[in-house]
Ligand binder design. Structure first.
Ligand SMILES: Nc1ncnc2c1ncn2[C@@H]1O[C@H](COP(=O)(O)OP(=O)(O)O)[C@@H](O)[C@H]1O
Ligand SMILES: [Mg+2]
Length: 328
C-alpha cells in the first residue's frame, strides 16, 4: 500500500534509545508506520536493527523513549497489543523434532485457539502443504522461515514484526517470502515491519525504507523513490513543468518520464535523444536551468551512506552526530 497523509499510524517510536554501557545501540529513533504499509528497516550488521525490534516487542527495555503499537505503549504486560502482533525474531526456532503440522498445532494450542479453517489457510498462504509431516529440523532454511511466519500468523495479527526474515535464503526463498508479505499487506491489510541488511531484498517490497546506521535513522526513502531510484535517468530542471510535459509528449512522443518537485523532469529512456529534447523544450518556450544524467543507484547510495566495511559496530560516545535530510 502506498502511504497517504491520513493513514492510521500503527507503529510509532518516539526518541527510542538503547545504550549498552558506552555502546549506543539505538539513538533517538523516531519513525512511524501506517496501517497496511510495509516498512523496510535497512542497516548493516550491528546498526541496531535487532535492538530496535526487541524494544518494539518489549523484550529489551529502552534506555529512553518508547514504542507505541496500535495505540499501546509497549511493555512486557501490554497483552492487548501482543494479541494483535505477530513476530519472528532472528534465528527463530521451531521444535526441530516435531513435524510442521505438530509445530503449528502446538502453537495453536499455546495460543488457546480452536482448530479452524484459518490454520489451513495459513498452511496454504505459507506454502507449507507438502511439508506438513516433515520434521521442522529437516526443512530447508526457506521452509523453516515460512514455518516461523506461519506460526506468527496463527492468531491473525494486524501487525507483523520480522527481524531479517530473508537472511540466508536463496533467491527463490527470498522471492517466496516477498510475495507472501506483499499479499499479507495488500489482501489482508497487515502492517509489516521488517529488517534487513540487503537493500535489494526490500527495494521491490517496501512502501518505505528507513536506513539505520550506528543506531540512528539517517534517511527514509519513500515508495516512488524506491521504484525509480535504480533506473538510469536524464533529468532536466525547467522553468515550467506543465509546458515541458506537453512538449515532450506531443512533440517527442515521449511518455517514460515523471515530473519531480522543484521543476525536475526525469526521463527514463531515449537518452540518445537528449539534444532533441533540449531543443524541443526551448522551442516550446521552456527555460532549462540544468540537464544531467543519474549518477548512482540506490545501492551505491546506501553503501556510501553506511560506509564500506562489512561489519559496522555501534558508535562510541565520541562519534559525531550525523543528520541527513529525508527529502530528495
Ligand atoms: N545485549 C547486548 N549487550 C551489549 N551490546 C549489545 C547487546 N546487544 C546488541 N549490542 C550492540 O548493539 C549494537 C547493535 O546491535 P544489533 O541491534 O544486534 O544490530 P543489528 O541487528 O543491526 O545487526 C552492536 O554494536 C551490538 O554489539
Ligand atoms: Mg540483527
Amino acid at each position: 500500500m502506498r502511504s497517504s497523509t491520513n493513514t492510521e499510524i500503527v507503529i510509532r517510536t518516539e526518541g527510542l534509545t538503547k545504550h549498552y554501557g558506552k555502546v549506543r545501540a539505538v539513538e533517538d529513533l523516531n519513525l512511524s508506520v501506517g496501517r497496511g504499509q510495509i516498512y523496510g528497516f535497512l542497516g548493516r550488521n550491528g546498526a541496531g536493527k535487532t535492538t530496535t525490534i526487541r524494544m518494539m516487542l518489549a523484550l529489551t527495555k529502552p534506555s529512553d523513549g518508547y514504542v507505541e503499537i496500535l495505540g499501546n505503549r509497549m511493555k512486557p504486560n501490554a497483552v492487548r497489543a501482543f494479541e494483535r502482533i505477530g513476530s519472528v525474531l532472528e534465528h527463530a526456532g521451531s521444535y526441530a523434532n516435531l513435524t510442521v503440522r505438530e509445530n503449528l498445532e502446538m502453537q495453536r494450542d499455546l495460543l488457546g485457539l480452536r482448530r479452524s479453517h484459518w490454520v489451513d489457510e495459513v498452511i496454504d498462504m505459507c506454502d507449507l502443504g507438502e511439508y506438513l509431516d516433515r520434521a521442522a529440523g529437516q526443512l530447508s532454511l526457506g521452509n523453516r522461515q515460512r514455518l516461523a511466519l506461519g506460526r506468527a500468523l496463527l492468531h491473525k495479527p494486524e501487525v507483523l514484526i520480522l527481524d531479517e526474515p530473508t537472511n540466508g535464503l536463496d533467491p527463490v526463498g527470498i522471492a517466496a517470502i516477498r510475495e507472501l508479505l506483499k499479499s499479507l499487506s495488500a489482501e489482508r491489510g497487515i502492517t509489516v515491519f521488517l529488517s534487513t541488511h540487503i537493500l535489494s531484498e526490500v527495494q521491490q517490497l517496501a512502501d518505505r525504507i528507513g536506513i539505520i546506521h550506528q543506531g540512528r535513522l539517517i534517511e527514509e526513502i519513500g515508495y516512488e523513490e524506491l521504484r525509480q531510484r535504480n533506473r538510469e535517468y536524464l533529468e532536466f530542471a525547467v522553468s515550467d513543468t506543465k509546458r515541458a510535459t506537453w512538449a515532450l509528449e506531443e512533440t517527442c512522443g515521449l511518455h517514460d518520464f515523471v515530473v519531480r518537485e522543484e521543476n525536475g523532469i526525469r526521463i527514463y529512456s531515449d537518452f540518445e535523444r537528449a539534444n532533441e529534447f533540449n531543443r524541443v523544450l526551448v522551442e516550446a518556450g521552456v527555460a532549462i536551468t540544468s540537464m544531467r544524467m543519474s549518477e548512482e543507484s540506490l545501492e551505491d547510495h546506501f553503501v556510501k551512506l553506511t560506509g564500506g566495511s562489512n561489519d559496522q559496530e555501534a558508535a562510541p560516545e565520541t562519534q559525531p552526530t550525523r543528520k541527513r535530510g529525508m527529502q530528495r
